[in-house]
Ligand binder design. Structure first.
Ligand code: RUB
Length: 306
């Protein structure tokens, strides 16, 4: 269990972050846990796997990628202990490989929306969004990227670092400069933590005001998301929990103040009306088609839930 607790700690402290990365880290952790699990019976194995899954799923309350990944890894029907172990290992490896391929495919599909000479604005640090940009760059298109800092955790610095390495020209802006530059932007590309049944996006705090600003400036707004970022439970009416993180992330010396409260929601909600396109590995869809993605790709979960 030590290894699972370590991974859980890395996810909650954001050493491992981003909806896709935390999902594959959780899958790998369950696989390794299953490999090393010394138990006598299938029942014990099942209950230990469930215990580990519960620890992992609680680490970041918003990201549906975590619960979807864990469901996919722990979904097995086995008659004995060794076949259960084998199933968890195979499920985890399949999830990790499919997730890698999905990001690649999203890059191929989404990059078609970028034209030579375009300026693209991105927020936070999303593997899927960066795959769109880097695929366009690799295809020889000249792309300039405007990246927001993404306070309070400054994931934008990671983004410019990654783009710099592959030779993409970037401009870094503070989050509040988005409207000032929006008229120069051809396309906004962001990732997703959750997409609901009606195509609403939950992503890094600040995304909603970028979408609002893009709409006002008539700039296209695209979401890049693997299908496991869609939330089956939203079909059943469940609301997405927005993670509120420690105030110290925003104001490290908060203890100096007596009457100050810091609010630190990590994600916000962008209505589907502000989204032009969601680019998934199954194709680029209008947000209103999210329901179908959930039914076709994650339908098994609904059957279990209802
Ligand atoms: C990261 C974030 C990213 C999505 C998508 O938030 O909001 O836009 O998770 O990323 P945090 P990816 O830094 O708090 O985890 O496309 O890599 O899954």
């Amino acid at each position: 269990m030590d290894q699972v607790l370590k991974t859980a700690e890395k996810i909650s402290s954001m050493q491992i972050r981003g909806a896709g990365r935390i999902a594959t880290a959780a899958a790998a952790s369950l696989r390794d846990f299953s490999l090393g699990l010394r138990v006598q019976s299938l029942e014990e194995f099942n209950s230990e796997i469930k215990r580990a899954a519960d620890v992992l799923v609680k680490t970041r309350p918003t990201a549906v990628s975590l619960s979807n990944a864990i469901r996919m890894v722990t979904k097995y029907q086995a008659g004995d202990l060794e076949s259960a172990r084998q199933a968890v290992i195979e499920n985890a490896d399949r999830f990790i490989e499919n997730s890698r391929k999905a990001v690649e495919r999203i890059g191929q599909i989404g990059s078609r929306r970028i034209r030579d000479g375009d300026t693209v604005l991105t927020h936070c640090n999303s593997q899927a969004a960066l795959s769109v940009i880097s695929t366009a760059h690799e295809a020889g298109k000249r792309v300039k990227v405007i990246a927001t800092e993404s306070r309070p955790r400054f994931q934008g610095i990671t983004t410019i670092g990654m783009l710099d390495k592959i030779g993409v020209e970037t401009e870094l802006i503070v989050d509040s400069a988005v409207r000032s530059v929006m008229n120069e932007v051809d396309l906004v590309v962001v990732g997703a933590d959750v997409i609901t049944a009606n195509g609403t996006l939950v992503n890094k705090i600040g995304t909603a005001q970028i979408a609002l600003s893009a709409r006002e400036a008539r700039t296209s707004f695209m979401v890049a998301a693997e299908t496991y970022k869609f939330s089956p439970k939203t079909i059943l009416g469940e609301l997405v929990t927005i993670e509120e993180r420690e105030p110290e992330e925003v104001l490290p010396d908060i203890s100096r103040y007596k009457h100050v409260k810091v609010r630190n929601p990590a994600f916000d909600v962008t209505p589907h009306q502000y989204i032009d396109l969601i680019c998934t590995e199954a194709g680029a869809i209008p947000p209103e088609m999210s329901y179908l993605i959930i039914r076709e790709r994650l339908g098994w979960e609904l059957e279990e839930e209802s």
